[in-house]
Design a protein. Structure first.
Length: 140
């Protein structure tokens, strides 16, 4: 049996600084990669990502991350690279409609990752990602 993989959860927030302060102060999370509009946390070995949305404009449900329009509310799993590639092949065979097609994000940077986004029948967005080295999941 394979070891359990870290999960990934993204959620909308109204203030990045307050969010960082709260997750670090109250939950002792460490901060990973971040920008003005999103931040990754190490949440007990799992990756959670806070994405900034406009509190006044609830329609602001995406963030620009590495040139892609990422839905601010999504969840997923961090797979091993071979499992990620096999899933892409399988889903391509099923002719899945991707929200964001399989790609390499942050190419050449510490957080380089393979990723894609799909929707379930209820329009929930799921992200599947993989790192060449799991030790880089939380590196800034």
């Amino acid at each position: 049996m394979k070891s359990m993989r870290p999960f990934h959860l993204a959620f909308p927030v109204y203030d990045i600084k307050k969010t960082i302060d709260w997750y670090v102060s109250y939950l002792n999370c460490s901060v990973g990669r971040k920008s003005k509009r999103w931040v990754d946390f190490n949440f007990y070995g799992h990756q959670i990502s806070a994405h900034l949305i406009d509190q006044k404009n609830k329609k602001d449900k995406i963030n620009l991350v590495d040139g892609k329009k990422i839905p601010s509310r999504h969840f997923g799993i961090i797979l091993e690279m071979n499992d990620w590639k096999n899933l892409v092949t399988y889903l391509n065979g099923k002719k899945i409609n991707y929200v964001i097609k399989p790609n390499i994000r942050f190419k050449g940077q510490t957080g380089e990752q393979a990723t894609f986004f799909i929707k379930d029948p209820s329009n929930n967005v799921l992200e599947f990602k993989a790192f060449q080295n799991d030790n880089k999941i939380f590196e800034n």
